[in-house]
Each structure stands twice: as structure tokens, then as C-alpha cells.
Design a protein around this ligand. Structure first.
Ligand SMILES: Cc1cc2nc3c(=O)[nH]c(=O)nc-3n(C[C@H](O)[C@H](O)[C@H](O)COP(=O)(O)O)c2cc1C
Length: 336
């Protein structure tokens, strides 16, 4: 197998459980932390716009730690030439997949003509896919909704999906609810339109050769495993952020990896040297610690952990001792 094929095979497996792109949440610190909990799941960056990449601080947007692999870069944009240039930048930087955001409904995004409003322009998205496929060898994928506004018939969705498949899209991730572009905030658009998982299942029946992942409202690995009997992948967003420990069994249950998972305290212990390095490079503790608030969710001492971090991490000069002293006491070893 060539190295590029081996990478693709690894990615196909990793796609079974993916952590969703989430602006302000899935930055490189959160991804490094999550990688300590699951070694195999696919992690997505926050959305990065083509404008930011082509005219902004490229290193800031693209930088990641090698430990984060497999990791996918999500792009926001709709100009095929710019999308191809950004895809090439991402691939050269080492990303394992380049994804197009056709799901975000915010006004800012609509003005820039990208995100969910692109569902109304299947041909333009397909031009982006084709241009990006020409530019890179890593998979090019699309994350979308099941419809927007009144354009929410199954026929329109099939037209959209078929157009992307014909352009060479390697995988489709479908948030199983429509978006209302006018009248609902992005947050409401993640809760108010009802989830319609059956639509995504139907797509897989109608496009059996297309790799299709489902997203929206999935909270447990049991639910995920159930979807994996008919679909190629499950993408998890908010639950993975607020309760990252939900992924602790993913490697064993979904990926068949028998390595014992780290304990919560071991995850923290391995995060500390990373945090120390980043502090030394000028990153404030709070930029990292905010992503760890959910680590002890539901555990004795979990609330005190959150409180101590919230109270202390933003103080000038705060160091990793804030994290180590905030942690609940570890259970004594059995029989000890
Ligand atoms: C804070 C936040 C930021 C998000 N940012 C993005 C984004 O940058 N790109 C994107 O495609 N979706 C974004 N989403 C949507 C998620 O990727 C996902 O589709 C959505 O949360 C539904 O999945 P869930 O119910 O598992 O959270 C965001 C969601 C949240 C909560």
C-alpha cells in the first residue's frame, strides 16, 4: 500500500466517529486534549474562511500538533479558485482531509456567500469540490444540512447530493435538520428544526456508494454504534465538547483497539506538559483550560474542578498548577 493509500484507509476508519467542527471550541488545544481521550476518532478544525487563510495569519489558522492526526480542515468559502488554493495550503500543512462548510446558517456567513446558503447553489459547491479535488490528493468532503428554508424537499436534497457525488466529493456529512436562514439564530438552528435521521438513512439507501456520515443530537456511543450499522460515520458536536468522556470507550468499542484507555487523571497528567510548552510560547492558561472544564463532568469533585479553573485560570501569571490543584483527588489504587 502506498503511504497515501494507507492514510486514506486510516481516515475511512477514523470517520466512524468524528468530532464536529465548532467555531471557538475545536481549536488546536481542544483537539490535543481530545486526542488523549480517543486515539482514533477524526477531529475537525473550526471553520476557517478562505479570506482569513489567503490574507490573514496563516500559521495561526493552520497550525496543529502532529499528535492531532487524523485531523480535517474545514473551509468556509465559495470561490472555486480560492477554495482550491486553500485546500492546497491545508494539504501541504498536513491535514488529512479538507471539508467544505455548507451547514452554517449565520448572517455573517450568508453575506460571505458560504455556509448553509450554498445548499441553494449545488453547481457552485460542485465547482469548488472539483477544483479542490484537482488541487489535492487528500479527500475532499462536504458538511451540509438536509435543506434550507422552503427548499427542503427530498428531491432537492438528492439533487444537491448527486451533484456533489458527481463532482468527486469523497464523503458527505449531513446534519439531520434543515436550517432557517431567516428568523433563527445559529444557536436556534442547532435545536429548533426537528432532527430527521430517517432522511439521512434514505440518502444512504439511494447513494449506497457514497460515504455518508450523520450528525445532530447524538449523545452516546451506543446511539453512534447503532447508526454505524447502516451509515459510514457519526459526527458528534456539543456532547463531545461538554462531556468529552463520552468518547473514552470509542477506541475499544468502535475501533477495536484493546489498549486500556487513560483515566481522567492520566489525561490531565499528559495534558500538563503540553500546557506548559504552550504557556512558555505565550498562550494564556485560560485559552487551554476552558476546554477541560467537562473532563470530570458527573464525577465527585467535578463541579469544584470547574469552579477552581473558572476562578483562577484567567489570573495574570496563572500556570499549570491551577489545573493540577483543581483536579479531584484520584481514587486510590484498588486493594491499596
Ligand atoms: C459552538 C459551535 C460552533 C459551531 N461551528 C461550526 C463550524 O465552524 N462549522 C460547522 O460546519 N458547524 C459548526 N457547528 C455545528 C456543529 O458542527 C454540528 O453540526 C452541530 O452542533 C450539530 O451537532 P451536535 O448536535 O452533535 O452538536 C457549530 C456548533 C457549535 C455548538
Amino acid at each position: 500500500m502506498t503511504p497515501s493509500n494507507a492514510r486514506k484507509t486510516r481516515l475511512t476508519k477514523a470517520r466512524k466517529i468524528a468530532v464536529a467542527p465548532m467555531l471557538d471550541w475545536t481549536d488546536r488545544h481542544f483537539r490535543f486534549f481530545l486526542r488523549l481521550i480517543t486515539r482514533h476518532s477524526l477531529l475537525y478544525t473550526e471553520m476557517v474562511t478562505t479570506g482569513a487563510l489567503l490574507h490573514g495569519d496563516r500559521e495561526r489558522f493552520l497550525r496543529f500538533d502532529p499528535a492531532e492526526h487524523p485531523v480535517a480542515l474545514q473551509l468556509g468559502g465559495s470561490d472555486p479558485v480560492e477554495m482550491a488554493r486553500c485546500a492546497r495550503l491545508g494539504a501541504n500543512w498536513g491535514y488529512d482531509e479538507i471539508n467544505i462548510n455548507v451547514g452554517c446558517p449565520s448572517d455573517r456567513v450568508q453575506n460571505g456567500r458560504f455556509g448553509a446558503c450554498l445548499m441553494a447553489e449545488p453547481g457552485l459547491v460542485a465547482d469548488c469540490v472539483a477544483a479542490m479535488k484537482d488541487a489535492v490528493t487528500v479527500p475532499v468532503t462536504v458538511k451540509t444540512r438536509i435543506g434550507i428554508d422552503d427548499r427542503d424537499s427530498y428531491g432537492e436534497l438528492v439533487d444537491f447530493v448527486g451533484t456533489q457525488a458527481a463532482a468527486g466529493c469523497d464523503a458527505l456529512i449531513v446534519h439531520a435538520r434543515k436550517a432557517w436562514l431567516k428568523g433563527l439564530s445559529p444557536k436556534e438552528n442547532r435545536d429548533v428544526p426537528p432532527l430527521r435521521y430517517e432522511v439521512v438513512q434514505q440518502l444512504k439507501t439511494d447513494f449506497p456508494d457514497l460515504t455518508i456520515s450523520i450528525n445532530g443530537g447524538i449523545k452516546t456511543l451506543i446511539e453512534a454504534a447503532d447508526f454505524l450499522t447502516t451509515l459510514d460515520g457519526v459526527m458528534i458536536g456539543r456532547e463531545a465538547y461538554h462531556n468529552p468522556w463520552m468518547l473514552a470507550q470509542a477506541d475499544r468499542v468502535v475501533f477495536g483497539d484493546d489498549h486500556p484507555p487513560l483515566t481522567r487523571h492520566e489525561v490531565l497528567d499528559r495534558f500538563l506538559p503540553y500546557a506548559q510548552r504552550e504557556l512558555a510560547a505565550g498562550v494564556p492558561l485560560s485559552a487551554m483550560s476552558r476546554h477541560l472544564l467537562g473532563l470530570f463532568q458527573g464525577q465527585p469533585g467535578g463541579r469544584a474542578w470547574r469552579r477552581r479553573i473558572s476562578e483562577n485560570a484567567h489570573r495574570p501569571g496563572a500556570g499549570i498548577e491551577v489545573l493540577s490543584t483543581a483536579a479531584p483527588r484520584a481514587d486510590p489504587p484498588l486493594g491499596g
